[in-house]
Design a protein around this ligand. Sequence first.
Ligand SMILES: Nc1nc2c(c(=O)[nH]1)N[C@H]1C(S)=C(S)[C@@H](COP(=O)(O)O)O[C@H]1N2
Ligand SMILES: [Mo]
Length: 442
Amino acid sequence: MPRHKPGTNASHSPDLEPVAGNGLLSRRALLGRGAVIAGAMGTSASLTGAAAEPLKDDPWSLTMGNVTPALQTPSRFEKHVVRTLSNPNNELRNSHGRTPHHLINGTITPNSLHFSINHSGLPDIDPAKHKLVVHGKVKRPLTFDLETLSRYPLVTRMGFLECGGNSAPMFSVTPMQITAQAIHGLVSNAEWTGVPLSILLDEAGIDPTAKWLVAEGADSLALHRSVPVKKAYDDAIVAIYQNGERLMPGNGYPMRLFLPGYQGNMNVKFLRRLKVVDEPVMSYYEAKTYSQLQPDGKSWRFHFLQEVKSFITHPSFGHTMKGPGYYDISGVAYSGTGRIQRVMVSADGGQSWAEAALQAPVLPKAFTRFRMPWRWDGQPAVIMSRAWDEAGYEQPLRTDFVARRGQTKNPVTNPLIFPNQHYNSITSWGINAKGEIAHVYA
Ligand SMILES: Nc1nc2c(c(=O)[nH]1)N[C@H]1C(S)=C(S)[C@@H](COP(=O)(O)O)O[C@H]1N2
Ligand SMILES: [Mo]
């Protein structure tokens, strides 16, 4: 394609030259040049419609508005932006709430929409009575309450939290026609504030030969997991704030273990015990539920790390394209190993790829939002994303991944519960000429 000077004619700007198949545009199109976007609109009008008409006053412009509430909630027009529940009728079993990734944007999951998994419900904990004990192979067993813990030096860090069972519907042999919320809703990202676990262990005087901790929650099943002491000293915290406010009851109020990048289940909520021991205790959740069953029938002993992953949230299943023209392809990428290095996007089912823009700051073990400018020509397209992390790990292609890790043919009573764990391969969305979006395997 011939190159033109930018600004001479928006529709022939070099920023509108395709960088990969099926209309992917240069990332430079994102650098705030409206003319480029206008050019991508093609012959149709701009995104905002015809020439501006004189404004008229709607009812809300004519009277005094509502009074400011003490605790604000989203607009009544956003009532559909909610978590989906696995146990809406309050049966005596576990309950999940899934994050609506296709309805939100940015990187921070609002506390009201952070996913939640509670194996024995939400305990109604009085923070004045809740205690955390540190004991076992230590010189000085210690007891903390929320107030004493709050007086320690606190650290704040952004971090994703993902259930090992997130994305399990992707193990289905046929693509399930469900939203990114239903597929990937068991991962969220928040700013956590708490006390580094290393400070508490040092104060207790941990036996230098001890290799493991047992963390236990105060809910009725006393969920407990073994955690390597090495991880505790690396970057673990006892979190007491979530996005600036106290933890939500469903996210561990008043205190929880936060292990950046490690399998959700190990992030013990309602934390009441840290016992220093020599060996892992092989608790129910590490020996059975969250162990990884392989196609050969064997299980991996532990699978702590949540590996590099990405998925497109916009556009995705549940959205409809509003005609040909400019779109942002956007989604989230994250890795339990560290920072996201690169995200590639394809609009032609993986035949060609272009590098997406990563929104700064790119933080370790946290969501990174990626964006890819795209001119959809109204023809069928398959969009997908693939991420790499700074340690060089790449998100596996689906065929390679399921060859190694298996698929499930079994008709399942609850289609969102699969026996397999830790899906970190690719998600593809197929768009037809009507602009309808389906979940496809490419
Ligand atoms: N005490 C306790 N801790 C728990 C759980 C629980 O049910 N009880 N659920 C675990 C599971 S399976 C996951 S994936 C994460 C989810 O954390 P969240 O509910 O804050 O999103 O918490 C883990 N910690
Ligand atoms: Mo989980």
